[in-house]
Write a protein that binds this ligand. Structure first.
Ligand code: AP5
Ligand code: MG
Length: 213
């Protein structure tokens, strides 16, 4: 079983790049953000707790996301590996992965400038059904407001308001960016220029994980 981590600030392109990688390598994509949004949509107790935190751009408690990851690892078996997107996000979460004996193959860090992120997220649209991200500037759907893949309605995420995005960036720099050093030490970190085009970043990711492009 292979384990990859797509790492980087909010809006770096993790979800965008994941879509291309999962098919190519038969990976199961685990986006903790998407799993939490599903709980919110279903109106579960967990969803109700997470909603306020997510809409403020704060992290949800470590044990909540750790339990979600554990559940995905246990229930999804017919794949060649897992692609973690948005997890781990704190030192405690990274340590929980290590403690569970998960051997990470590569950590792909998508580096994007903060000012570019605010711009990208103000033009993002996301499928309300399958979660695929679009952009009214850089990645338009074939039919306005409709997901190319599943026909779902495209919506604006509540946490994409510029002031919330700026707070999410602060949280990233305060609590998450430190993990770069953690994975650098183990030789598993690969830097990817996320400022370039979607296709360019995708090519660099494939090179970083040793595939032919
Ligand atoms: P989550 O859903 O993980 O959000 P995020 O990490 O903030 O990242 P995004 O999904 O906003 O961005 P992305 O990197 O996927 O970019 P995308 O591909 O969409 O988490 C949401 C919340 O849930 C958190 O704030 C927290 O509250 C909670 N949470 C989640 N995980 C947690 C955890 N582990 N612990 C605690 N709390 C947790 O691209 C962005 C836009 O740019 C799109 O419009 C896209 O089309 C466009 N784009 C992408 N690449 C390019 C490019 N190269 N050029 C031009 N445009 C591009
Ligand atoms: Mg995402």
């Amino acid at each position: 079983m292979k384990y990859y981590i797509l790492f980087g600030p909010p809006g770096a392109g993790k979800g965008t790049q994941a879509t291309a990688m999962v098919e190519k390598y038969n990976l199961h994509h685990i986006s903790t953000g998407a799993l939490l949004r599903k709980e919110i949509a279903a109106g579960t107790e967990l969803g109700l707790q997470a909603k306020a935190l997510i809409e403020k751009g704060c992290l949800v408690p470590d044990e909540v996301v750790e339990a979600m990851i554990e559940n995905e690892f246990k229930t999804v078996t017919e794949v060649d590996g897992f692609l973690l997107d948005g997890f781990p996000r704190t030192t405690a979460q990274a340590e929980a992965l290590e403690a569970a004996g998960v051997e990470i193959d590569k950590v792909l860090l998508l580096e994007v400038d903060d000012n570019k992120i605010v711009e990208r997220l103000s033009s993002r649209r996301e499928c309300s059904k399958c979660g695929i991200p679009y952009n009214i500037v850089s990645k338009r759907p074939a039919k306005e407001g409709i997901c190319d893949s599943c026909g779902g309605e495209l919506i604006i995420r509540k946490d994409d308001k510029p002031e919330t995005v700026r707070h999410r960036l602060e949280v990233y720099h305060e609590s998450t960016e430190i993990l770069k050093g953690f994975y650098e030490l183990t030789g598993r970190l690969r830097l990817v220029n996320g400022n370039q085009s979607i296709e360019g970043a995708n090519e660099d990711i494939l090179k970083a994980i040793g595939a032919q492009v």
